[in-house]
Ligand binder design. Structure first.
Ligand code: ATP
Ligand code: MG
Length: 301
């Protein structure tokens, strides 16, 4: 399949899951088990489509890097075991590592807590020509911190800064921050991988039963299941409040990994394809240099 056709197909696959205006967004409208027009019989075809997508992505990234104007920030948020790591691994498997950085944001360190909450992520915003992937992000500060407000205490905010409007204030901070990035040539693409509680349980059990997956299990992940409803509310609010044209959310069904990865790849392809990417144009002076260099090489015999 040629790249143009892949780009067209990608736009079609990604569109149903894109949220750019949060006002009408309801999490319950997205079924975690949805596989769009595909059934499990299409799994081999989906894998092939993903492979084609990965190749198209590599081509687009090559141009992004050569052009050195835009940067692309891709954010992944999800409950544990929703498949963030696998999606990043598979979707980015074809891109040139020189043009891509992945950063995972964990519980903030003492140093990070000495700064405003956007600080640590702003430091990691990708440079021009690069794709930056945030595995978790500043959204944790309106998700886990909202579900467990005791984390706010460790953020050492002056008392006057912790008001009952704090979450609305943070949504506003985030909207402004993302608009600021967009105005500076950073394209943003945000994913919420929407897994069901049942499927998460199944994946946790698999992590417990299979020795090679034991390392992925943390008792804390299981404890967080107890706050499922609170998390879903926090996710729904965050998406409603921060979806925009310049920083769309993709709410991706995540009970079937093969489908999740196709949609994630499609959305990133769509984001890159909507930038005016092209290889740098060679001007007259540069062309002269190239011709001269060619002659020198030819003379070497
Ligand atoms: P992941 O859970 O993303 O797959 P991991 O298991 O390797 O990765 P953890 O050590 O569990 O990494 O770190 C992620 C944890 O850090 C999550 O539970 C997340 O909610 C928490 N976290 C991230 N940012 C913050 C924050 N700003 N405040 C409090 N907790 C945070
Ligand atoms: Mg974890």
């Amino acid at each position: 399949m040629n790249t143009k056709r892949i780009i067209k197909a990608a736009a079609r696959f990604a569109a149903p899951y894109r949220v750019t205006d949060g006002r009408r967004f309801r999490l319950k409208d997205i079924d975690p088990g949805d596989t769009g027009p595909l059934t499990s019989e299409d799994k081999p075809r989906a894998k092939e489509a993903l492979q084609n997508g990965v190749e198209a992505l590599a081509e687009l990234q090559d141009m992004l890097y050569a052009q050195d104007r835009w940067a692309v920030l891709v954010i992944f948020q999800a409950m544990d075991a929703a498949g963030k790591d696998g999606a990043i691994k598979h979707v980015m498997s074809g891109v040139n590592p020189q043009g891509c950085e992945v950063y995972s944001f964990k519980s903030p360190s003492a140093n990070e807590l000495d700064h405003d909450y956007l600080w640590r992520t702003h430091l990691r915003v990708p440079e021009r020509g690069r794709i930056g992937i945030f595995n978790r992000s500043y959204y944790e500060d309106v998700l886990v911190v909202r579900v467990h407000p005791e984390f706010l205490k460790s953020q050492k905010l002056p008392p006057g800064c912790v008001t009952k409007h704090i979450w609305d204030d943070r949504y506003k901070d985030i909207r402004n921050f993302e608009a600021y990035l967009a105005r500076n040539g950073i394209a943003i693409c945000k994913f919420f991988l929407h897994v069901s509680a049942d499927e998460q349980k199944r994946r946790f059990l698999e992590r417990l039963e299979r020795p090679e997956k034991n390392w992925k299990f943390s008792p804390n992940d299981a404890r967080e299941r107890g706050f499922w409803k609170d998390y879903m509310r926090a996710y729904e609010d965050a998406i409603r409040e921060t979806a925009s044209d310049v920083a769309p959310w993709y709410v991706v069904p995540a009970d079937n990994k093969w489908y999740t990865r196709v949609i994630v790849a499609a959305a990133i392809i769509d984001a890159l394809a909507s930038l005016d990417l092209h290889y740098p144009k060679v001007d007259k002076a540069k062309r002269k240099e190239l011709v001269a260099a060619k002659q020198v090489l030819a003379r070497e015999g």
